[in-house]
Design a protein. Structure first.
Length: 169
């Protein structure tokens, strides 16, 4: 019984470790390779799939890279490069009125548009706009209107309000 529980525990630990390693790789790729900033150091990839060759394929190359940086030399290994678009403008200026932020660079702008904070502000704006429309619609109907207007549904003040709301969204 004890051996069986130990085997189950080891398998669960292996699964969690693999998941954590994938998460770390994804974080490094997103943080340092997809949108590198001016202060991001070069990232070097090492072959880590064969544990039996760990010293010669991981430890020694890593120590050589670190030693090169300490001595002020360029390492013999080449850093990992993510393909970037030639047409990408790294100095473009974007203003997100929704988040009240200034974003420099096309890639950073695209990342901002997909970010959690931007999507949160967008959802909040849409909710406020629908509340505003409901308020306008409820205020535009007064008790003195004839039966024909009530059957058609709520009245809007004018089409200009609709266009303004659509431009905000």
């Amino acid at each position: 019984m004890r051996r069986k529980l130990q085997k189950i525990g080891i398998e669960a630990l292996k699964q969690v470790t693999k998941r954590y390693a994938r998460k770390q790789n994804r974080w490094v790729k997103n943080r340092f390779l997809s949108r590198p900033g001016p202060s991001v150091p070069p990232v070097y990839g090492l072959e880590v799939s064969d544990v039996s060759k760990w010293e010669e394929s991981v430890l020694e190359p890593a120590l050589e890279i670190v030693q090169s940086f300490i001595q002020g030399h360029k390492p013999a290994a080449t850093p990992v490069n993510m393909p970037s678009s030639e047409t990408e403008n790294k100095r473009s200026y974007h203003m997100c009125d929704l988040c009240d932020r200034i974003i420099i660079g096309d890639r950073e702008w695209a990342a901002h548009m997909k970010s959690k904070s931007h999507l949160y502000h967008l959802k909040k704006r849409r909710r406020l706009d629908t509340d505003a429309i409901a308020t306008i619609e409820s205020q535009s109907i007064s008790p003195g209107h004839d039966k024909e207007h009530k059957e058609k549904g709520p009245l809007r003040q004018n089409d200009q309000n609709d266009e303004e709301l659509k431009s905000c969204i």
